[in-house]
Design a protein around this ligand. Structure first.
Ligand SMILES: [Zn+2]
Length: 229
């Protein structure tokens, strides 16, 4: 991605390839930050250890109301009160206990007012994975706070994750950044681009002779390279 962005002519002042005042910029080097947040969440009673196997979850879970999203956690471990007995998160999933029926609202800088209901639109989500790495939701929240990010820009598929992350920002006592979610690029039939659309990856376009200007023009006009070819 870094190589593709450089090729497109996009420049930045800090990041994993060039360093900067808020480094390190690779999540694999930021474990101490995430562990500190994990301890805070544990001590404040926001998270619990979950020992459900994948099979348990598959059997108990209700079908997700949103095919793109993870199923709502059925709640078998949510009444556990032994979180503070763990000095390390290692060896099991750790879930955030969402406040059931509470509305989480924010104003997206592109899509406007958004509201999601905890426990209905999403359930108790994983903040630390059993393979001993912080989950996406925790890592990005901790990084944005530590790096003093004021505006988060990303795809519309993450709107609902913003609601989860707002609960984390609040639990950690952090100030919320602004959120701007972009429309997703789609193919001719309106389906979202995915790995199977590899022919439309930037690298592929580049290898087949596209210029950075052509790619950017196509992206800005939301007109697909496929249909423009
Ligand atoms: Zn469980």
């Amino acid at each position: 991605m870094i190589e593709d962005l450089h090729w497109l002519g996009i420049r930045w002042e800090e990041g994993p390839d060039c360093g900067g005042p808020f480094g390190p910029y690779s999540q694999s080097e930021r474990r101490d930050h995430y562990l500190r947040a994990w301890r805070q969440l544990r001590d404040r009673g926001f998270i619990y250890p979950c020992t459900c196997s994948r099979k348990d979850l598959a059997q108990a879970a209700s079908a997700p109301n949103d095919a793109d999203d993870e199923p709502i956690y059925p709640g078998r471990c949510r009444t556990r009160t032994d979180a503070k007995q763990f000095a390390q998160p290692t060896g099991m999933n750790w879930r955030f206990r969402v406040p059931d029926a509470e509305k989480v609202s924010f104003v997206d800088l592109h899509f406007g007012p958004q509201t999601f209901v905890a426990g209905r639109d999403f359930g108790d989500f994983v903040v630390w994975r059993r393979d001993d790495v912080p989950a996406y939701q925790l890592a990005v929240t901790v990084d944005d706070e530590a790096m003093q990010i004021t505006e988060v820009v990303r795809g519309a598929d993450l709107l609902k994750s913003t609601a989860r992350q707002i609960l984390l920002y609040q639990a950690l006592g952090c100030k919320l950044p602004g959120f701007y979610h972009c429309d997703l690029m789609t193919d001719e039939s309106g389906a979202r681009l995915a790995k199977r659309h590899d022919a439309l990856s930037i690298r592929h376009l580049r290898e087949s002779g596209w210029t950075p200007e052509q790619v950017i023009t196509a992206a800005v006009s939301s007109k697909l390279p496929g249909s423009a070819l």
